[in-house]
Design a binder for this molecule. Sequence first.
Ligand SMILES: C[S@@+](CC[C@H](N)C(=O)[O-])C[C@H]1O[C@@H](n2cnc3c(N)ncnc32)[C@H](O)[C@@H]1O
Length: 206
Amino acid sequence: MKVKKFFTLEDVIPPTNKKEAEEFFLRLFGNKNPIVVEIGSGNGHFLVEYSMMNPHLNFIGTEILGGRARKFYSKIEKRNLQNIAVFKGDSRIFIWEFLYEEMVKEFIALFPDPWPKKRHHKHRLLKEGFIRMLTIRLQKGGYISIATDHEEYRDWIIEEFKKVDQLKPVYKEGYSSYPESYPSSLFLERFKEYGRKIYFMRYKKP
Ligand SMILES: C[S@@+](CC[C@H](N)C(=O)[O-])C[C@H]1O[C@@H](n2cnc3c(N)ncnc32)[C@H](O)[C@@H]1O
């Protein structure tokens, strides 16, 4: 049975082991190509472009807000793309419930909400526990890639990654500029308009 390329936790019973998970993604995409997961895709601007540039990879975008997830899916439908799907829901649930050990080639989080107020830091996504979760799901040689315009969140993220020994920073300084190989995202466009500096961090699981 084929799986629809827009799904939520209510539509699909998550796989209960790695073999079932591999079968699920085989049904979803029709092939066993490597999987890339985006965390907080918004309207899918970035991932739709990126999936067209990389037909040899399979992409799953996760977005918690229904309106944004549906706009994202309509882009996929309009272009009849086969190598990209949307999970509408919390990316942490998707990553833990649908994926198993070493199944992901790359995690990408572009402009995760910075929650600038100190009392809201607890809502930040890229903290140690979540990074450990991503590391378990990541293949050897896989990457976690993050962009932010928020200097304090950048430094906070760098400190959280330092707590996870299995990952190595790709950039000596901890960050670089937004990669040329990446298409733009809605928030990148917005921040560029405001003249904000963009920081890009990447970590590898050796
Ligand atoms: C600042 S926006 C960036 C959107 C997009 N990545 C871009 O660059 O244009 C952050 C997005 O993450 C989504 N988000 C926040 N927490 C999430 C979670 N736990 N799971 C999935 N999406 C989440 C928000 O709804 C929002 O669309």
